[in-house]
Design a protein around this ligand. Structure first.
Ligand SMILES: *Cc1c(COP(=O)(O)O)cnc(C)c1O
Length: 425
């Protein structure tokens, strides 16, 4: 099936009792056991079934199957936010004394997690000089447990060389974990290029309407955990936190995500509410259509801004003279993401004036909503970072980031036009 079809059908075979066509919201904490023996069999992992919504819920199960299929992975785990997905995907395999190697330009909270939170647990992150595979490889050592990147960086818009990064990670026996939030599986499927684990903030394009926070971890199912049994002993030895199960034996290809569920989520509890799971299912049904319009509108906005006399620069991977162009061409084909950044002439002050004058664009720190959104990273999402750290993750003081929505393009351009006029008023 093609992605458009997967997004509407995969993972739901109909409800046998009610014949409901839309996926029901199983708004329940727990599931009844037939008998003591049935309960015991469930706990012993001898039979499959639902026990308690913190470890699994049938509404979320449909969403997990659907997104796993969209990404070309084997299984997935829904969690309560994109940040929880990122945290679990890493804490699943790191431990004190090990390290993560990351590309330098990351989402603000991810940067903070890697640069400041993991180190308090004895896990360091080495940030590469650039996102090139050579610079990343130079930092991988015997204690590295994962290479981490964003397929398309938020907010920098840089497109990572996923294939090259997967190659250097695998050469050193570590998995590549990719945050695919900005690209969505409609534009790019990192697993096809060798990524081992894909994480998402479903909050953005998947939900698509700015109503719910959620995340998902997709297991590509190909990393040879057994071949690196010492390094990834948590997947290869009996797990004391879960009935002594050996993940690679019991769960096969889906060992990684099974441990995320039964150790990380079961014991720290960042569970997605089934109601939000339902909203994400609604969003995903129209994701391909929305992304198509987002992409088309963003291209027109980029061209408009570039030609505008009050605009200093536009960072958009669709311009052939952009340094982002070659990687974008390889990984996104003719499409580009609807996230773009630009600087107004007149620096910080003019940028702020333009930002404050926007009427249709909402001033907020989200993206991927049907509505057009604008954000000033230096004063919001990346505010906690020092100027030097901001520079490293690709944020400048005058930069505005747009998430171009799916309104009529004329109204979007009219708003930008009047806001740019306001900068010199
Ligand atoms: C928003 C975002 C996150 C965090 O997701 P939440 O759902 O807000 O926790 C992580 N990575 C990227 C690229 C994002 O855009």
């Amino acid at each position: 099936m093609k992605r458009e079809t997967i997004a509407i059908h995969v993972g739901y075979e109909g409800d046998p009792t009610t014949k409901a066509v839309a996926v029901p919201i199983y708004q329940t904490v727990a599931f009844e056991f037939d008998s003591a023996e049935h309960g015991a069999a469930l706990f012993n992992l001898e039979v499959k079934g639902n026990i308690y919504t913190r470890i699994g819920n049938p509404t979320n199960t449909v969403l997990e199957k659907r997104v796993a299929a969209l990404e070309g992975g084997v299984e997935a785990l829904t969690v309560s936010s994109g940040m929880a997905a990122i945290e679990y995907s890493l804490s699943n395999i790191v431990e004190t004394g090990t390290n993560i190697v990351s590309t330098p330009q990351l989402y603000g909270a991810t940067y903070t997690l890697l640069a400041h939170i993991f180190p308090t647990r004895g896990v360091t992150t080495h940030f590469a000089k650039s996102d090139s595979p050579q610079d990343v490889e130079a930092l991988i050592d015997h204690n590295t447990r994962a290479v981490y990147c964003e397929s398309v960086g938020n907010p920098a818009g840089n497109v990572a060389d996923v294939e090259g990064l997967a190659r250097v990670a695998h050469k050193h026996g570590v998995p590549l974990i990719v945050d695919n939030t900005v690209a969505t599986p409609i534009l790019l499927r990192p697993i096809e290029y060798g990524a081992d684990v894909v994480v998402h903030s479903m909050t953005k394009f998947m939900g698509g309407h700015g109503t719910s926070i959620g995340g998902i971890i997709v297991d590509g199912g190909k990393f040879p955990w057994r071949e690196h049994a010492e390094r990834f002993h948590m997947l290869n030895r009996p797990e004391i936190a879960y009935h002594g199960v050996v993940y690679v034996d019991h769960y096969g290809d889906a060992a990684f995500v099974a441990r995320c569920r039964t150790v990380c989520q079961r014991n720290t509890g960042a569970t997605l509410s089934p109601f939000n799971g339902f909203l994400f299912l609604q969003g995903i049904e129209t994701m391909a259509l929305r992304v198509e319009r987002h992409v088309e509108n963003a291209r027109k906005v980029a061209e408009f801004l570039r030609a505008h006399p009050k605009v200093d620069w536009v960072n958009y991977a669709g311009f052939p003279d952009s340094p982002l162009y070659p990687m974008a061409q390889k990984y996104l084909g003719a499409n580009r993401c609807s996230l773009l950044t630009f600087g107004v002439k007149g620096g910080f002050d003019a940028g702020t004036k333009c930002f404050n004058a926007l009427q249709l664009f909402k001033r907020m720190v989200n993206m991927g909503d049907a509505k057009s959104l604008a954000c000033h990273p230096a004063s919001t999402t990346h505010r906690q970072l020092t100027p030097d750290e901001q520079h490293k993750v690709g944020v400048t003081p005058e930069m505005l980031r747009l998430s171009v929505g799916i309104e009529h393009i004329d109204d979007i351009l009219d708003d930008l036009s009047q806001a740019l006029d306001a900068t010199t008023r």
